[in-house]
Design a protein around this ligand. Sequence first.
Ligand SMILES: [Fe+2]
Ligand SMILES: [Fe+2]
Length: 338
Amino acid sequence: MRAAFSWEKEAAVEELEVLMERIRERIEKMPAMNAVALELLRVTSGDGYSFQEVADILASDASLAARVLRLANSAYYGLPRRVESLGMAVSMIGVRALRRMVMNITTYDLLKVNLLGYGLEEGGLWAHSLAASLAAAELCDLIAYPHQEEMRLVGLLHDVGKVILSPFLEEAVEDREVLMAGGRTGLKLESELLGINHAEVGALIADRWNLSPRFEEILRCHHAPEESANLPRGTAIVNLADSMVRELIRSEEPFKAVMGLDRAALRILHLTEADLLPHLVSINSRILEEIRQWTGEVLEEDGAGEAPGGAEYRDEWEPLGWEEGDLRPGKGEGNRVL
Ligand SMILES: [Fe+2]
Ligand SMILES: [Fe+2]
C-alpha cells in the first residue's frame, strides 16, 4: 500500500517535471518585446533627446511606424490636421502620448491571443491589462508615486505569464470558474495543476526580455505585495489596479467592489477602502471610454474588420449603472466600509 502511494507520488512529480520543461520551452519560444519600442521607451525616459531622434527610432520599424501614423490620424487623438510624417506625429501628439501609444501597440501584439485556459476571447487579456494600466496611473496620482510611466507598462504586462500557461490549463483544468475569478485562488490552482503560477512565469519572461529587476519583482509578487522585499509600494499599486478593474466588471455596486481589494496592498499604501471608493467610480467611466476607443482603433486593423472577442469584451465594460446615491454611507454593503 505504502509502496503504491510513493510510486504514485513519484509519477506525479515526474509528470510535473515534464510539464515544467514544456513550459520553459514555450517561454523560450515566446517572441521578444519589440526592440524598437523598447529603445524608444529607453531614450525618452531621460531628457536628452530630440523629436527628430524619436522619429528616426520609430522609422527603423516600418510596420510600427505605419501603425503610429494610422493611430495618430484616428478619432482617438482628434487632431485638427492630418499627420503626414513621423516627425509631425511626435510634435503634434507629444512624446508622452506617443510612448503610451507605442506601449499599447507593442503589448497588444503580445497579449491579443485568446486565452481559453482562462476563458478569455481574443483581445480580452489586453483589454484587462489596458484597464489595469490606467488604474495604476490613477493610483500613482493619488499617492504621488513618482514612477507613473513605469507603472503603466507594468500594468500592461502584469499578467503576461497567462499567455504561456493558458494552453497548459486548457489541458489540465477542471474548475475553470475558480481560475477565471483570478486573484490568489486562481494562482493556487495554477501552482497545484502546473507546478508554477502566472506571476512566477511573468517574472521569468521579464528576465528573458532583459527588463529591469524592478519589473521582475513586481510581476512575481503582484498577487502578494507583502512578499515584495524591495518594491512593496509599486507592487501594491499594481495589485490594487488589477483587482479594482476586475471588481469593476464583477461587482454590482461600488461598495461590494472595494470589499474585494487586497488588505495587505491597502495597508502598504496607507489607504482604506473608503479612500478608493470615489476613484473606483470615477475610473469606471474613463476606463470604459478608453477600452472602447482602443478596441475600436487597435483591434480593428485596416480592412480586417473587428478582431473576434473585442465586442464581447467591450460589452463586459458597459457602465454598471452606479449613481451618486450609491456612494452614500449606509447604503448596502457600505456599512462595513465607512
Ligand atoms: Fe495576475
Ligand atoms: Fe490581472
